[in-house]
Design a protein around this ligand. Structure first.
Ligand SMILES: [Ca+2]
Ligand SMILES: [Ca+2]
Ligand SMILES: [Ca+2]
Ligand SMILES: [Ca+2]
Length: 394
């Protein structure tokens, strides 16, 4: 009887069956067989043509043919590598994630192949690969299994903070001045770098400390932080500018409202400005020099000074008023007690000294402070005396 058996099966007649024979005379004719083998449709497929011969003791024989077909209809066994989660930087190649294994009933080296279906994850660097493994034997029988490969970004970026820094008040505190953090990530080529500030006041309003927390975040939400300390200091004194030196009349006010005030600039928007005077006497009581030291002080106690010199001058002569002209008898006294006395006032106060000078044989003059009464010759002298100044003769 024709039979089909698996390639791995035995072709022994014990399995495939024996011919049977009977003879008219010989009760046990000899039964033998011979095989002719031909290739099948695949390396493991073999067609055997088995010719059975029955021979009696007298040499008479007859034969029949049995077809035995070895076939492979069983697929290889297959075992997938385990499901695995790998970092986005890792290779998804089977050399890293594993290869399916299996054996076949006939083919000692079944072929293993794989194909991937990829589904994006919740962020650009994450995805899920469904890898279908197929084992195929030489006769085209195949079996499959599935491996799940999760590609993950679980590592936060590396971050490097800018150095701690001390800057002068009034300087820009933004990163353009104080530096920015840099970051790299295992998967995200450009992690987002951001910062937030916490400020604590210092010893004075212009001094404070910023604790700047820098954060680098990758596209999958992993983040790292570092801290930069920025100290804002006021170590500079205000820039002070004095009013110009000035000469004023003794009647004028020497108060800053009249002589000018210093101005100052600082990171303190309103540095305190004060002044103190040292006065040095001049050539006469109404003339003197004021050395005015201006002081600008900021909120942090830094100060600077400049000096303004104020010259107080008396450049205006006294105003004098003569007694009226009089006509007297030649016998009368010509002394001022009878003829009257000039009076004088000065712009700078005090009592100007009024003197009279007598002239002989000349006009009576009354223009300054002056005259009358005898004197020498025909010289007419006008004496002009102003305070403690000198005489003027003519
Ligand atoms: Ca097989
Ligand atoms: Ca990352
Ligand atoms: Ca300052
Ligand atoms: Ca005067």
């Amino acid at each position: 009887m024709d039979v089909t058996i698996q390639c791995s099966g035995s072709t022994d007649p014990m399995s495939t069956g024996n011919a049977t024979a009977s003879d008219n005379c010989d009760i046990s004719p000899l039964v033998t067989f011979s095989d002719v083998t031909a290739g099948g449709t695949c390396p493991q497929g073999v067609a055997i043509t088995r010719t059975w011969v029955a021979t009696d003791d007298c040499g008479n024989s007859s034969s029949c043919v049995q077809s035995i077909l070895l076939d492979d209809t069983l697929p290889p066994s297959i075992a997938c590598p385990g499901n695995v989660t790998i970092e986005c930087t890792a290779s998804t190649d089977p050399a890293n994630t594993g290869t399916a294994t299996g054996t076949d009933n006939c083919d000692p080296t079944p072929l293993f192949t794989s194909s991937d279906v990829t589904v994006a994850g919740s962020c650009p660097q994450e995805r899920t690969i469904t890898r279908t493994w197929v084992a195929t034997d030489d006769c085209g029988n195949s079996s499959t299994c599935t491996q799940i490969i999760v590609v993950d970004d679980s590592l936060a970026p590396g971050i490097t903070c800018p150095s701690n820094v001390t800057i002068e008040c009034g300087t820009n505190t933004l990163p353009a001045t104080t530096g920015s953090a840099t970051a790299t990530d295992n998967c995200d080529g450009a992690p987002v770098v951001d910062f937030s500030d916490a400020t604590v006041g210092g010893n004075c309003p212009q001094e404070y400390t910023i604790t700047r927390t820098w954060t680098a975040t990758d596209a999958c939400g992993n983040s790292t932080a570092c801290i930069q300390i920025i100290v804002i200091d006021d170590s500079l004194a205000p820039a002070i500018s004095c009013p110009a030196n000035i000469t004023i009349e003794c009647t004028a006010s020497s108060a800053p409202l009249n002589t000018g005030s210093a101005t100052a600039t600082d990171c303190d928007p309103t540095p305190a400005i004060t002044s103190s005077d040292v006065t040095l006497g001049g050539a006469c009581p109404q003339e003197y020099t004021i050395t005015r030291t201006w002081l600008a002080t900021d909120d942090c106690g830094n100060s600077s000074t400049c000096i303004q010199t104020i010259f107080v001058d008396d450049s205006t002569p006294p105003a004098v008023t003569c007694p009226p002209n009089v006509t007297i008898l030649c016998t009368d006294s010509t002394l001022p007690a009878l003829t009257g006395t000039a009076t004088a006032t000065d712009n700078c106060g005090g009592i100007p000294t009024v003197v009279s000078v007598r002239c002989h044989g000349c006009r009576w003059l009354c223009s300054g402070i002056y005259h009358q009464q005898n004197m020498d010759s025909d010289r007419c002298m006008r004496q002009y005396k102003h305070m403690h100044t000198s005489y003027y003769n003519r």
